[in-house]
Design a protein around this ligand. Structure first.
Ligand SMILES: [Zn+2]
Length: 157
């Protein structure tokens, strides 16, 4: 049975504070009305629905070097070496966010003269610059929006 939500339909799917405290604490309207159900959530293309969590693996938030103004501390990522998964923390020994160069060096993906990014990356390239290489890594590619993370974490789809 469809359950319509939104500000014009009488409520919000995940409470009135879509990305806020109420979601993280589990006070969702859907779950209170249908406690034993798994929801299938569909969202429109509002830019708010594609927002990432503060600690998400988003390469555009990173600098080439460590730290920097407004650079967030990201959650741990991972990569594989000979089929073995290696977790990778995203802060260095000083507690600063690692830069793209350090992250790629640890993964064996950095090469001399690699630039941070291109003015315009070649169509389809995943190796032209640091941002493209890191953004093509499985952990970065698997990064979901905060809304999708919440829905999936709560057992819905
Ligand atoms: Zn590029």
């Amino acid at each position: 049975m469809p359950w319509f939500c939104g500000s014009k339909a009488g409520g919000w799917i995940l409470d009135k504070c879509s990305y806020g405290k109420s979601i993280r604490e589990g006070n969702t309207v859907f779950e209170s009305k249908h406690p034993d159900c798994v929801g299938l959530f569909c969202f429109d293309h509002s830019s708010n629905h594609g927002a990432y969590a503060g600690d998400a693996l988003v390469v555009s938030r990173m600098n080439l070097g460590p730290g920097g103004k407004d650079v967030p501390k990201m959650k741990a990522g991972w990569f594989t070496v000979n089929g073995i998964r290696v977790n990778q923390v995203r802060v260095n020994e000083n507690g600063d966010p690692k830069g793209i160069k350090a992250v790629l060096q640890e993964r064996g993906e950095w090469r001399d003269n690699l630039r941070l990014d291109c003015v315009t990356c070649p169509e389809g390239s995943s190796t032209c610059c640091g941002r493209k290489i890191l953004g093509s890594q499985p952990d970065f590619k698997a990064q979901q929006s905060v809304l999708t993370e919440i829905v999936l974490r709560r057992g819905h789809t």
